[in-house]
Design a protein around this ligand. Structure first.
Ligand SMILES: Nc1ncnc2c1ncn2[C@@H]1O[C@H](COP(=O)(O)OP(=O)(O)O)[C@@H](O)[C@H]1O
Ligand SMILES: [Mg+2]
Length: 320
């Protein structure tokens, strides 16, 4: 079986006109995507991460047919996205976290009704898919609310449903959890897991939240300067990047820097202390050791920022 998504040396440059003086403008080429070659098999859930400006959104736009590559070859579900957007549209669903595909002034229900007509979704299938989305995303009470009155989390759930009503084989998500609160994030993740495992929908997920990747993706690709710099599982990324998680500990009273095996205290601010430990290690024994010896009031674990993981990856590569 051939892969569902195939990129062969895909490039995209932009010509930008930059002001160089009061009346002078200079044309400059920006390379957003610089020779991407990879494949994604049906049913995979792939995390697509990297620093700002790495070329992630440009990739998603090319996979969606919104942008035409300036070089290379691209196929999604047997179709050249830019050449055959109409056929592609039936096979893909897209969610951009920064921007909604829903009709701002209309109730959610009307946007879904429009999708039904645009994609000519058969009645029974439409009803079944809508019922499932409404249940899993808890949209029941929101269907008659105009989109502009929805909270960000509610709107995102509404967008997810809209992207899936026509049973796409691939779902692209560009920062779907950006700006969401913890509860909404958890609900979105749970839904995506369901869509990927139960429906077998292939998922390409761009995010700045490594927890999204950890909980959803069996494969993670790191993009930097328009190129793939890592392709493997998340453990592999943590290992290469020697990344660290942070345990934020609130003690009942201020204390000298905590000393426990497996972690080092990197910052103290009154009763709050920050302890770094390797991402691949469990936080449990460290927490137990602290709880046994210090008056613990509260704690939380912070995932490393993607920028840090990538910076460490380069640092590691240049030494080794
Ligand atoms: N329409 C555009 N015109 C000019 N430059 C662009 C355009 N879109 C993206 N770029 C540039 O391409 C690079 C990659 O952008 P993008 O794909 O949005 O990155 P990411 O989504 O990883 O943050 C950036 O340098 C960005 O400024
Ligand atoms: Mg982007």
């Amino acid at each position: 079986m051939s892969p569902l998504i195939e990129l062969d040396d895909v490039r995209r440059t932009f010509t930008v006109r930059a002001r160089t003086g009061r009346f002078r403008r200079e044309r400059r080429e920006v390379t957003a995507v610089d020779g991407l070659t990879f494949t994604i098999d049906a049913g995979q859930c792939v995390g697509y991460i990297g620093p700002n400006g790495a070329g992630k959104s440009t990739t998603v736009k090319m996979l969606t047919g919104i942008l035409v590559p300036t070089g290379g070859r691209l196929r999604v579900a047997g179709v050249d996205p830019a050449r055959d957007r109409v056929h592609l549209a039936r096979r893909i669903g897209v969610v951009f976290g920064q921007r909604t595909t829903l009709w701002w002034d209309l109730p959610l229900r009307d946007s879904y009704e429009l999708a039904r007509r645009i994609y000519r979704i058969p009645d029974a299938r439409y009803r079944a898919n809508l019922d499932r989305c409404v249940e899993l995303l808890d949209l029941g009470g929101l269907l008659d609310t105009p989109v502009r009155q929805l909270s960000l989390g509610q709107r995102m759930r509404g967008d997810l449903a809209a992207a899936l009503l026509h049973d796409p084989r691939v779902l692209y998500l560009d920062e779907p959890t950006i700006g969401l609160d913890v509860v909404s994030k958890a609900r979105v993740r749970q839904f995506l897991r369901e869509v990927n495992t139960a429906e077998g929908t292939t998922v390409l997920l761009t995010t700045h939240d490594l927890t999204d990747i950890e909980q959803l993706c069996d494969r993670v690709m790191v993009i930097d300067h328009g190129r793939v710099v890592h392709d493997g599982d998340l453990d592999g990324l943590h290992a290469t990047g020697e990344s660290e998680r942070t345990l934020v500990v609130d003690l009942a009273v201020p204390a000298p820097p905590i000393e426990v095996p497996g972690a080092r205290t990197v910052k103290v601010d009154g009763p709050r202390q920050w302890l770094a430990f390797p991402s691949r290690d469990s936080a449990a024994p460290i927490v137990a050791a602290i709880a046994a010896r210090y008056p613990l009031a509260d704690l939380s674990v912070r995932e490393p920022a993607i920028e840090d993981v990538i910076a460490r990856m380069y640092a590691g590569a240049s030494i080794g």
